[in-house]
Ligand binder design. Structure first.
Ligand SMILES: *Cc1c(COP(=O)(O)O)cnc(C)c1O
Length: 388
């Protein structure tokens, strides 16, 4: 208990204690705390699908037809035709031979990586990869090397140096990165993976539903579906629901069903969630205007920040405003909060020192007039903070 208390005290002292903050409502890009209405710039509901009338409707009718829960894991009696229908649809969406559902993105990454890689294998992982990827790697027991973010020279150096030491090697990257909002150089990764005979796994959590003509993600946009062995993604972000999937070969799917512990030992996704996921894929196909508008407004916002002399990064719906030291990021977040924008400061050690930032996560409801006002608020606050 003493260790636990001092851990929490340390967090408090450093101003890094994480606390929960329940909202009473969310809708159309806004979030409500009591009577206070704020514009929510920290959600991942990029297309605004979570509150789409069609999503609500299919969830209700699935509950009427199947009840609330799945009642068991897929390998017991929890497996429904609905799960298979969704897997077939995802395989087509991701242009892979087959697909397997997982209960969350976290469970997918942990379960996939730990069952495909074993002690003695090699993993090369981008330095900015998500915590769930890192946990999967640690659980696998494989030897791993982290390459500098999107740095292909560094990846090549590591491959040159270590690849001969193991029989099997895997390169893992996100396709759109959650902190910088930038894209992975997928074509170069494919080229290096061929040269050094490595498997490739990508995480499309932030790309699915947003990028490529069909909304499938960055792999599809770059025409690399058949070059990438393992395409993981989630239903929990742009698709507005919950759960995750992997698009892969039938062989790999059969293997995961038999070996992935986070798949085997967890109750199947509830039928209502599966129904929502099915509907979300239809909506992504039918309502192209959502992703078009999102990306157009995101580019507008990013360019306006640059015009006003701010430092930003990336080329997606995630727009970081880089402020430098932790205190500047905290101040900006607090003052934006006063102006009724819900944003979170991202600080060292989550990002590199002097790269503390506000991470704006835009969605379909954040239109230009709102973004224009936000820019004005940022400029005002910046003046105050500079005078400080
Ligand atoms: C959010 C996220 C996950 C986890 O997905 P959940 O469905 O929320 O568990 C995995 N990888 C990346 C890159 C993410 O951003």
């Amino acid at each position: 208990m003493e260790r636990i208390e001092s851990f929490l005290q340390e967090r408090r002292d450093e101003n890094l204690l994480r606390v929960l903050r329940p909202a009473n409502k969310r809708s159309d890009g806004k979030i409500f705390f009591g009577d206070k209405e704020m514009i929510d710039l920290s959600s991942n509901d990029y297309l605004g699908l979570s509150s789409h009338p069609k999503m609500k409707e299919v969830v209700k009718s699935a509950v009427d037809q199947y009840g609330a829960g799945a009642s068991a894991s897929r390998l017991l009696s929890g497996d429904l035709n609905l799960h298979h229908e969704l897997e077939e649809k995802i395989a087509m969406f991701k242009k892979k031979e087959s697909a397997l559902l997982f209960n969350s993105g976290y469970q997918a990454n942990v379960g996939i990586i730990s069952s495909i890689c074993k002690q003695g294998d090699l993993i090369f992982s981008d330095k900015l990869n998500h915590a769930s990827i890192i946990d999967g790697i640690l659980l696998s027991g494989a030897t791993f090397h982290r390459f500098l973010h999107n740095n292909m020279d560094h990846l090549k150096t590591l491959l040159e140096q270590h690849r001969p030491k193991a029989k099997q090697a895997l390169i893992i990257t996100e396709t759109i990165f959650s902190m910088d909002g930038d894209k992975a150089p997928l074509k170069d990764i494919v080229r290096l993976a061929r040269e050094y005979s490595c498997l490739i796994m990508v995480d499309e959590a932030h790309a699915t539903g947003v990028f490529s003509a069909d909304g499938s993600g960055m792999v599809s946009e770059e025409g690399l579906s058949s070059d990438i062995d393992i395409i993981m993604g989630t239903f929990s972000k742009a698709l507005g629901s919950f759960g995750a999937y992997v698009g892969c070969s039938q062989l790999l799917k059969d293997y995961l069903i038999n070996s992935s512990r986070s798949f085997i030992y967890s109750t199947a996704l509830p039928p209502s969630v599966v129904a929502a996921n099915l509907a979300s894929l239809d909506l992504v196909r039918e309502e192209v205007f959502r992703r078009k508008s999102l990306l157009e407004n995101s580019n507008y916002f990013r360019n306006r920040l640059i015009d006003r002399g701010f430092q930003t990064k990336g080329s997606s719906q995630i727009v970081p405003l880089i402020l430098g030291d932790n205190q500047s990021a905290i101040n900006m977040a607090l003052l934006l909060e006063t102006a009724r924008y819900r944003v979170l400061p991202i600080r060292y050690p989550t990002v590199a020192k002097n790269q503390a930032r506000i991470r704006f996560s835009l969605n379909y409801y954040h239109q230009k007039d709102m973004l224009e006002k936000l820019i004005e608020s940022i400029c005002e606050i910046n003046k105050v903070c500079v005078l400080r």
